[in-house]
Write a protein that binds this ligand. Structure first.
Ligand code: KG4
Ligand code: ZN
Length: 345
């Protein structure tokens, strides 16, 4: 086999249809993302059936455009990589079917990727040196997971949320405040004019050693503070622009406090000097500032995925090069794994 030098990566695990062409030196030659936010907005969250139907209509144009932008043809590709886990089953199947078809027709290796690992690999893509071993935090709409990563492809799950993911808490709290979906960027935007100390939201497990998260309490607390307690005799004050800003800033500060504390605890408990952060919530400006502070105060090396690689994309499928180097290609009968695999791999 010739030395592979460019590959196509496909992502369709949730509600973004994405394709990217990446070379062996991790240069992203093109990255195309078709978002479905508008389709899901009125439901306040992703509707799986709508997502898979939209993937079906988007997948081929997105792949086409990624190739065109990279100025390469299908025949130039050395491998086809695709996220096969975790995610929505119908959504994952669309990307996998496209990838299998291309691999079969072009007679090129197929590489099955873990979306979560890819989120963290986005950190390695901007780093000068090897960041691993490291603690990895993937904080997105579907996951809030801490990993002990001995290498870029070997991850032990060491902590996760017992209920909502952090991004989900952002999305649900934004909906309570009447802000659009996905709520994270909107909360972050209005929080800039708010007082983070105006309200005291819960910081669940922050003082405990256990590496676990819980964000359903803060969501309920947001509901009661913003809209009032069920059966309460007193109406809450009206949701003015300033109150929404203060609630957003206070909520964001509480979530960030917890995420920072758990990164630090995980690094201490596992004796790691490097921490990598990826996933949609890693795009949060306040979180990024606080992570910089953590690096300065603790001496832990903190690497945050670049902004354009935080939310779902296919460029982070560059992790496929690591798997190809290890000879880890997939058979054409590989299936999707919608649930999170809770062991090393
Ligand atoms: O990684 P991602 O694109 O999709 C999943 O795999 O879930 O993450 C999407 C999540 C959403 O919950 C969204 O509200 C959140 O990331 N998010 C943010 C920000 N940008 C996106 N949360 C807080 N602040 C942001 N700036
Ligand atoms: Zn994601």
């Amino acid at each position: 086999m010739n030395t592979p030098n460019i590959l196509l990566a496909i992502e369709s695990s949730c509600d973004e249809t994405a394709a990217a062409v990446i070379d062996e030196d991790l240069n992203v030659l093109s990255s195309v993302i078709a978002t479905q936010d508008e389709l899901h907005q009125r439901f306040g969250g992703v509707v799986p059936e709508i997502a898979s139907r939209a993937h079906l209509s988007n997948i081929l144009p997105v792949i086409d455009e990624a190739l065109r932008k990279s100025e390469h043809k299908l025949e130039d590709l050395s491998a086809i990589a695709v996220m096969t886990q975790p995610g929505l089953v119908g959504s994952l199947l669309v990307g996998l079917t496209a990838a299998k078809t291309l691999a079969l027709v072009l007679n090129k290796p197929l590489v099955a990727l873990n979306h979560i690992h890819a989120h963290l690999y986005a950190c390695q893509m901007i780093a000068e040196e090897n960041l691993f071993p490291a603690i990895g935090l993937v904080v997105s709409g579907g996951h809030t997971n801490l990993y002990d990563c001995s290498s870029p492809t070997e991850y032990d799950l060491i902590g996760s949320t017992i209920d909502d993911a952090a991004g989900e808490a952002f999305d649900k709290s934004a909906a309570i405040l009447g802000l659009p979906y996905p709520g994270g960027p909107h909360i972050a935007r209005v929080a800039e004019d708010g007082d983070p100390k105006a309200f005291r939201f819960p910081r669940t497990f922050i003082k405990e050693d256990r590496l676990a998260f819980s964000f359903s309490g803060i969501k309920t607390s947001m509901r009661y503070t913003a809209l009032g307690q069920p059966g309460a005799k007193v109406e809450p004050p009206p949701l003015t622009e300033q109150r929404i800003a203060d609630l957003s800033a206070s909520f964001q500060e509480a979530v960030v406090d917890v995420l920072i504390a758990k990164c630090q605890q995980a690094a201490q408990q596992f004796g790691r000097k490097s921490v990598c952060i990826g996933g949609g919530v890693a795009a949060n400006k306040r979180f990024r500032e606080r992570l910089q502070e953590l690096q300065q105060q603790s001496g832990i090396r903190v690497t945050i995925a670049p902004m354009n690689l935080c939310t779902d994309n296919a460029a982070m499928g560059a992790i496929a090069w690591e798997l190809l180097k290890q000879g880890k290609t997939a058979e054409l009968d590989v299936d999707v794994t919608p649930g999170l695999v809770r062991f090393k791999g």
